[in-house]
Design a protein around this ligand. Structure first.
Ligand code: SF4
Length: 299
């Protein structure tokens, strides 16, 4: 879910905003310990599943005792109000959107992983002993099992962040201490994307990417909230302003703006976003995990 964009999809980007990342960057390589865990400096990959292709998933999944999981790992939360906090991450596999610049295509365009039981996942979360769980994807809100999973994590005293695009607000909602919502702007739509030869996903993505009633339901839900936006130009700001004008129950300090890109942004990119944050009272959102680890899986 953590976002990045490709300026090639944007066009007409002014100099101050421009510059970009190469989504073909290599992924990190892990060493395997005798106990089967995989370790890299500063982060511990707890479960990297064989890359079996899942036949799922872009529609709600009603199973309540298991989840399709792409990976679990312990790392530093890289974005948002809890940046810097050691956390156990659970990445569900499957998404109802297809952002053209998606930085986790193995959980969206080509979902990989396998199903794991809640019993297994809860034991792993408790064993991580970091006190914070981040449920991300893909789109974790597709899965009804999130409700019993989050109740069990809450009962174990674990703080829960759910990272979602905010297009789904099922009833009942899972328990959540920090709703980390990343609405997808127009630049996310996979126009002329070779992975979408018929254009079917472009149409579906465009129809789904902003769901104001769902966003409002999440903002009204108990817990803290943050709305994270990847911003690259003035058009993005206009789209953000238009969306925020339709929503209530947010404060400027809940709005987080990130420069586009999946590498460390340039000084000009940082300055452009910082200027907007200063003028509107929004928060500047760094990507600490990129600075610490680069654009690698398991971070
Ligand atoms: S919403 Fe889905 S497609 Fe878009 S960035 Fe997140 S995981 Fe990728």
């Amino acid at each position: 879910m953590q976002g990045a964009t490709d300026s090639a999809a944007l066009g007409g980007v002014c100099d101050r905003w421009a510059s970009h990342a190469d989504s073909s960057q290599s992924r990190g390589v892990c060493g395997t310990r005798p106990d089967g865990f995989t370790e890299r400096p500063h982060r511990l990959v707890l479960f990297r599943l064989p890359s079996s292709r899942l036949t799922i998933l872009d529609e709600p999944d009603l199973a309540r005792d298991s989840l399709p999981v792409s990976e679990t790992f312990v790392s530093i939360q890289g974005e948002g109000k809890l940046a810097g906090v050691p956390s156990w991450f659970l990445r569900t596999s499957g998404c109802n959107l297809r952002c053209t610049w998606c930085d986790t295509p193995y959980a969206s365009w080509s979902p990989e992983g396998t199903r794991r039981t809640l019993t297994d996942l809860i034991a792993e979360a408790k064993g991580a002993k970091v006190g914070h769980a981040v449920l991300t994807g893909g789109e974790p809100m597709l899965f009804a099992a999130l409700v019993p999973l989050t109740h069990a994590l809450r009962d174990a005293g674990i703080h829960i962040t759910i990272e979602t695009a905010g297009t789904l607000a099922p009833t009942p909602l899972p328990h959540c201490d920090l709703w980390s919502i990343s609405p997808k702007l127009a630049h996310s739509t996979p126009r002329n994307d070779p992975r979408d030869a018929t254009g079917a996903w472009a149409a579906r993505h465009e129809q789904r990417r902003l769901n104001v009633p769902a966003l409002q339901s999440l903002l009204n839900a108990p817990g803290d909230h943050q709305l994270k936006f990847v911003v690259s130009n003035e058009r993005d700001l206009a789209e953000i302003d238009d969306l925020l004008s339709k929503l209530t129950s947010w404060a400027p300090s809940d709005i987080l703006l990130m420069p586009e890109g999946i590498t460390t942004p340039t000084p000009a990119q940082r300055a452009a976003v910082a200027d907007v944050c200063l003028s509107r009272g929004f928060r500047y959102c760094a990507r600490l995990h990129i600075e610490l680890f680069g654009n690698t899986r398991g971070t």
